[in-house]
Design a binder for this molecule. Structure first.
Ligand code: NAG
Length: 170
């Protein structure tokens, strides 16, 4: 790998329905992806800062995997998403102007013991037409609203539908 190659870091948020014990970790291991795995022992807890991208790349911590199953953090060493991330409501209920509240599984958005912030902004039913509106000024508005709700923190992750579709209107 050349020193000028683009550092890639991938984060997976798994809506996890894998019931087989160690089934998920087996897949990552057999695919050779443990070489890039960000170990939970190194993940910041209690509101500590995450390392710089540069430091993550140097240490080859380039794959972050989060599971929605709490038990897997202990049993398989896979990070339980809501131990590290706060997240607002998704779907239509999350698209109310000037409102940004946590989804049920998440701590309050301003709880800084979770260092990462994920903002959802997409309708309950995907609509390519509406994505033009949702992914433009509406999105800027929700990012500002959630920034305030999360204790002056910008999101690390933004979840939208049809991410390539936007209309730059103001
Ligand atoms: C923030 O989250 C932590 C860990 O889940 C919890 O113990 C604490 O009570 C929360 N703090 C507030 C202010 O809600």
């Amino acid at each position: 790998m050349s020193e000028h190659s683009l550092p890639v870091i991938v984060t997976l948020f798994l809506e996890d329905y894998v019931q087989t014990p160690n089934g998920l970790s087996k897949v990552f291991r057999e695919a050779g992806l443990m070489n890039y795995w960000y170990p939970i022992s190194q993940m910041p807890r209690n509101g500590q800062n995450w390392p710089l991208v540069q430091d993550m790349v140097v240490r080859n911590f380039r794959l972050l995997v989060f599971t929605s199953m709490e038990s897997k953090e202990k049993s398989e060493g896979i990070a339980y998403q809501w131990n590290y991330v706060v997240e607002n409501q998704y779907g239509n209920d999350g698209m109310i102007a000037r409102s940004c509240v946590n989804r049920e599984e998440s701590s309050a958005l301003n709880n800084k013991s979770k260092s990462l912030v994920l903002v959802n902004y997409f309708g309950s039913l995907p609509s390519k037409q509406l994505a033009c509106v949702h992914n433009s000024q509406d999105l800027i508005n929700i990012l500002q609203t959630c920034h305030n709700a999360a204790g002056e923190r910008w999101p690390n992750f933004v979840a939208v539908d049809f991410y390539k579709v936007n209309l730059n209107y103001t």
